[in-house]
Design a protein around this ligand. Structure first.
Ligand code: HSE
Length: 308
């Protein structure tokens, strides 16, 4: 195999009470990438369509992720060319940098004959996140590589677990077209949390994970509460409370900020409800002078995939 075309999925990080640890993979939105072996050694980003992003390998998230992989792999007798067709807007909160980083290492690993497992690719893709936001978080790249819901049990040492995804769970996302940089969104966070907040958050995270395994949609809904990060970040997102309220009224189990925002997500049981939730979320934005997109997506159980 000398070339590969892949779908590099969007992801939702910080799934409510799971700041920096809980992520999920979407199916309905993602980038495309073509990765080819070249006679000339090195890693070249030859084309980026759809967004104005750096082509220099060391300044591109896909480039640095592949360089990290190759450093670990050792001597290779070819180079790699990467074309990126961006559909996910950077700064949207649905894992734009993660899609490129995870997609690139997934593709190069395939072309090398899969020397690394999907889990082993996570640290390489995290280098792309470090370049994008100054923080090598894994809650977008892990679901992009493993699919479904993933939990970062530990960062040091890195320990990522793929969780069970209930079959009828759908995500609805509204993306207001304002940019919130992850670095800025991290800057509003506090270094300390109270014991009371910690107890509430732990209960909800445990409840959410239990709800995923038992496919108890009511428990999932009760557990989708973030008392630590959402209150600090939601002020950056116009009409955040209204979107959440309208989504719940339309039948959503619950929701929160997608990644570091500005996108807001809601989870629902079934596609029909998720579609009603999209209409309700859009209604919460109708009187604002801000353009937005909405997406309804089932969970993507496999993450990156080869297309064509
Ligand atoms: N966990 C990361 C953060 C996700 O909130 O900074 C960024 O998409």
């Amino acid at each position: 195999m000398d070339a590969i075309k892949i779908f590099a999925p969007a992801t939702i990080a910080n799934v409510s009470c799971g700041f920096d640890v809980l992520g999920l993979c979407l199916d309905a939105v993602g980038d495309e990438m073509i990765i080819s072996k070249t006679a000339e050694k090195g890693v070249k980003i030859s084309k980026i369509v759809g967004q104005n992003l750096p082509l220099e390998t060391e300044n591109n998230v896909a480039g640095v992720a592949v360089l990290a992989l190759l450093e670990k792999y050792g001597e290779v007798d070819c180079g790699f060319d990467i074309e990126i067709y961006k559909k996910i807007k950077p700064g949207s909160g649905i894992g734009s940098s993660a899609a490129s980083s995870a997609g690139a290492v997934y593709g190069v690993n395939k072309l090398l004959g899969e020397p690394f497992t999907l889990s082993e690719l996570i640290p390489f893709a995290m280098e792309g996140e470090r370049l994008a936001s100054g923080n090598a978080h894994a809650d977008n790249v892990a679901p992009a590589l493993l699919g479904g819901f993933t939990l970062v049990r530990s960062y040091d040492p890195l320990d990522v677990i793929k969780l069970h995804s209930p079959s009828e769970l759908y995500a609805t996302v509204i993306h207001p077209k304002i940019e919130i940089k992850t670095a800025d969104s991290r800057a509003v966070l506090k270094d300390t949390v109270s014991l009371k907040q910690t107890v509430t958050q732990l209960g909800n995270l445990g409840g959410l994970i239990s709800g995923l395994y038992s496919e108890d949609y009511n428990l999932i809904g009760r557990s989708l509460q973030d008392v630590i990060v959402e209150p600090l970040r939601s002020v950056l997102i116009p009409n955040f409370d209204k979107v959440k309220e309208f989504a719940k009224e339309a039948g959503a189990l619950g929701g929160s900020i997608s990644g570091s925002g500005p996108s807001i997500f809601a989870l629902s049981k079934g596609k029909e409800t998720a579609e009603k939730v999209a209409i309700a979320m859009a209604k919460a934005y109708e009187n604002l002078d801000i353009e937005f997109d909405t997406y309804v997506s089932k969970l993507n159980p496999e993450g990156n995939k080869i297309i064509d």
